[in-house]
Design a protein around this ligand. Structure first.
Ligand code: DC
Length: 211
């Protein structure tokens, strides 16, 4: 997709620090920050709220077809409303984390959310983070980073946030699924954040991408 706006694609596994880095980078550059994981989590929250089986592609599809969803921007960041409700307070719930890989593996869900993600690029320069931003959503952007960190550090970062999340199981599902699996995009700068602060990673991303 040709876009007049600049897109910085930040991908990586769960709890690699990419959300913090992407948000700081967006602030620094004055770009809009979009957390695409939140979009998959919001659909998961919706399915759980309606008692829909998260691995039932048809049932999830039907739910999406009948649900008003808004993906906007406020204060320089993406916002979400499902059926008029902001699901943000629920997106880190353990049951949402446990079910999100099933939802993210459904091609229909990905198709819908990728279209919304590309839509954002019509209106603003973006820092967008997720798993497939450099590989699928904006493969043509010259600005791609893949943020990684050791499994121990990632687990510690998640528990320091007071969150319960089986990272290893989630990463395995996200990396081995058929639809847009997590992998390093062609041309991406791979940055190991294990021994760096978030500010340090931002500096490294800017240096390596020539920003
Ligand atoms: O970044 P996160 O942990 O909030 O992402 C939640 C889940 O959403 C993750 O397990 C995989 C999925 N996801 C995805 O498949 N593609 C994206 N672009 C972003 C997230």
């Amino acid at each position: 997709m040709e876009t007049p706006h600049r897109i910085i694609a930040i991908d990586g596994p769960a709890a690699s620090g990419k959300s913090t880095v992407a948000r700081l980078l967006a602030k620094r550059l004055g770009f809009v920050y979009i957390n695409t994981g939140a979009m998959y989590r919001a659909v998961t929250w919706l399915a759980l709220r309606h008692g829909v089986d998260t691995s039932d592609a048809q049932a999830v599809s039907a739910l999406l077809d009948s649900t008003p969803m808004e993906f906007d921007v406020a204060g320089g960041e993406g916002t979400i409303r499902m059926e008029g409700i902001d699901p943000t307070p629920h997106l880190n719930d353990p049951d949402v984390a446990a079910h999100v890989p099933a939802i993210a593996a459904l091609p229909k869900v990905r198709e819908l959310l990728v279209a919304r993600q590309r839509e954002y690029a019509r209106h603003a320069d973006l820092v967008m983070e997720g798993r497939d931003i450099g590989t699928v959503v904006f493969p043509e952007t010259p600005f791609k980073a893949y943020i990684d960190a050791s499994e121990e550090v990632r687990a510690k970062r998640r528990s320091d946030q007071g969150l319960r999340d089986d990272l290893a199981a989630r990463d395995k599902k996200d990396s081995t699924r058929a639809a847009a699996p997590l992998k390093v995009a062609e041309g991406a700068q791979v940055i190991d954040s294990t021994c760096l602060t978030a500010e340090g990673v931002v500096e490294e991303v800017m240096r390596r991408l020539g920003l």
